[in-house]
Design a protein around this ligand. Structure first.
Ligand SMILES: C[S@@+](CC[C@H](N)C(=O)[O-])C[C@H]1O[C@@H](n2cnc3c(N)ncnc32)[C@H](O)[C@@H]1O
Length: 249
């Protein structure tokens, strides 16, 4: 093991504890702290864990929902099997992935959608935060498609431009929305979780029939952020969503 590995392990009690308890990631403790505070997971719950790799949250969800429960984990990356969970490899923003989740559910209703989804980081905070906002907003729309009224949703958010639009979109869809920073989130991190309880039967009228994605786009436009899908000069691809966020001239 490298010197750096030893130093990080010594400094980070959550990483050490995760390793000693057999959790695949230190992030398992973030969900444990969310669970301690909000008791979201109950015995027998059916849970979707979005962005599940390497599996820390899935492990905690399986423990908390027990033998009667069902945990479905989905990630772009392949995740080694976890006893008691059903793991899918796929992109949560693709309709095909939603259909595979619905096939597994086979008519049963989800109680909770958890999302610790995070983009592959570029190291440029503004870009990473914008992509994360886009992913979290899309996951809120997925949660609305899959959760029945009364269901709960948790998503990671990074502080920055547009976040208030996402919080508003969540408040328009759930009766109780709170921000929570687990003590196991790194001190220097701007990461927080949005805890959304009790999905409303219908989004509030203020949404004007817009999806969460459309609402957040409208919020960014109001802030003067350009969210147009533009063709990149050096590529055939069309940029999507909030990824090309930039202030209008
Ligand atoms: C911080 S990690 C999750 C850690 C996990 N909660 C745990 O405890 O082990 C974020 C994950 O989100 C996944 N991800 C990013 N974009 C995704 C997408 N569009 N669909 C599914 N998963 C995605 C990444 O591949 C990454 O594994």
């Amino acid at each position: 093991m490298s010197k750096r590995w030893y130093q990080e392990n010594r400094r980070d009690p959550w990483r050490r504890q995760a390793k000693s308890k057999g959790y695949r990631a230190r992030s398992a403790y973030k969900l444990k702290h969310i669970q301690e505070k909000f008791s979201l997971i109950r015995h027998g719950d059916i849970i979707l864990d979005v962005g599940c790799h390497p599996g820390g949250w899935t492990q905690v969800s399986v423990e908390e929902s027990g033998e009667e429960g069902l945990v479905i984990g989905v990630d772009l990356k392949s995740t080694s099997p976890i006893h008691g969970a059903c793991i899918l490899q796929g992109d949560i923003t693709h309709q095909e992935t939603i259909e595979r989740i619905e096939d597994i559910l086979n008519g049963r209703e989800l109680n909770l959608v958890l999302s610790d989804i995070s983009p592959k980081l570029t190291g440029r905070y503004d870009t990473d935060q914008a992509i994360s906002l886009e992913l979290s907003t899309m996951t809120l729309d997925v949660a609305m498609e899959l959760l029945p009224p009364g269901g709960s949703f948790v998503t990671k958010i990074f502080q920055g431009i547009g976040i208030e639009g996402l919080v508003k979109a969540a408040k328009d869809r759930f009766s109780n929305v709170q921000r929570f920073a687990p003590m196991s989130s790194r001190n220097a991190s701007s990461e927080t979780y949005l805890i959304c309880k009790n999905r409303l039967p219908k989004p509030r009228k203020a949404t004007n029939g817009m999806s969460a994605f459309e609402q957040v786009q409208a919020h960014l436009t109001e802030l003067g952020v350009n969210v147009e899908n533009e063709k990149q000069e050096d590529s055939e691809d069309i940029a999507v969503g909030f990824r090309r966020v930039k202030k209008k001239d």
